[in-house]
Design a protein around this ligand. Structure first.
Ligand SMILES: [Zn+2]
Length: 323
């Protein structure tokens, strides 16, 4: 069964030059047979550009360690191979399998790194699966789509991070004050307009690294696995793009909460953000498209043209990009 800690998303793959069903099956840790079944293919012929459904990888339930054998171990090994580890898919949990599990655990604190596969390791592997399937290929693109189904690579850090000259809800240096240069400049203009209109808004949180999101996600998972599904998995936070900022006001007690939408500042933001290139990224009523509850405080930079178009047409970024 798919893991219930992370939302399941449809997985698809576009056939690239040089691909074969065998290569694709190997890449995703599945088999030619299940690829053919999932896509109702009657032959092995595939075409460049063809969209294939990828059957879900199945991580086994249970606890496995050195000496364990059987089809569950084999299923686990297939998943590890799909991550690019070169191990034998022989159904025998040997020292090689254990060392790969250990490596993955070391990357996912606070999971105990003991080389033993259990429920927590499974949950963290599921996150890796979800992210790996939809690693975005255009992280620097101003229109990059990052959500639960499309993740940024762990190593992606925007190249020009600066702290916008705006009031924040807290004092002192913090990396989360940063934004990508283009977005920071536009944000300064938005805040200048707010000041002109006697509207007092404050920045709360901008850029967030992959590692920071991984910590947040792991902490949520530790506190409550069901709560983890409300936070973005590592790579899946739009804040990693450096193009987003959470905004609040004194009238909302400096909180990021639904009530911000009802304050004059929240309403001003909704009305004025698009002219400066920002959209309210997670609007009310679009939860099943964005994958997030409404967040009236979270704005995303897209440039004025696209931001205004999306807002006028009542779209989300997902709908605008046709995803
Ligand atoms: Zn946010």
């Amino acid at each position: 069964m798919p893991n219930s800690l992370t939302p399941q998303v449809p997985r698809v793959y576009k056939v690239q030059p040089g691909d074969s069903l065998y290569k694709i099956a190997k890449k995703f840790g599945t088999t030619v047979k299940s690829l053919k079944t999932a896509n109702k293919l009657t032959s092995d012929i595939i075409n460049i550009g063809q969209i294939l459904k990828i059957p879900s990888l199945t991580l086994p339930e249970g606890i496995y360690r050195i000496g364990s054998t059987g089809p569950q171990v084999k299923a686990l090994q297939s998943v590890l191979v799909s991550f690019g580890f070169s191990i034998k898919v022989d159904g025998i949990y040997g020292s090689k399998t254990a060392s790969v599990i250990l490596q993955l655990q070391q990357k996912s604190p606070p999971i105990k790194a003991d080389g033993i596969y259990g429920p927590k390791t499974k949950a963290s592997l599921q996150t890796l699966i979800d992210i790996n399937f939809h690693l975005v290929s255009n992280p620097t693109d101003l229109l990059v789509l990052v959500n639960r189904a499309n993740g940024l690579p762990a190593e992606y850090i925007p190249s020009k991070l600066v702290i916008p000259n705006i009031p924040f809800s807290f004092e002192g240096y913090d990396p989360k004050k940063q934004m990508r240069l283009e977005a920071a400049q536009a944000l300064e203009q938005l805040f200048a307009k707010a000041k002109q209109d006697n509207i007092s808004i404050l920045g709360v949180s901008g850029y967030r690294s992959y590692q920071r999101q991984a910590q947040i996600y792991a902490t949520n998972m530790e506190i409550s696995p069901t709560k983890a599904q409300f936070s973005a998995p590592p790579g899946g936070s739009e804040h990693q793009t450096g193009l987003s900022m959470d905004v609040t006001s004194a009238s909302n007690n400096y909180q990021l909460s639904q009530s911000f939408a009802l304050t004059p500042e929240g309403q001003w933001l909704t009305q004025n953000a698009p002219a400066f290139g920002f959209i309210i990224r997670y609007p009310q009523g679009k939860e099943n498209i964005t994958g997030y509850q409404a967040e009236p405080w979270h704005i995303r930079y897209l440039g004025t043209q696209v931001a205004q178009l999306i807002t006028q047409q009542g779209l989300t970024l997902e709908e605008y990009l046709g995803k």
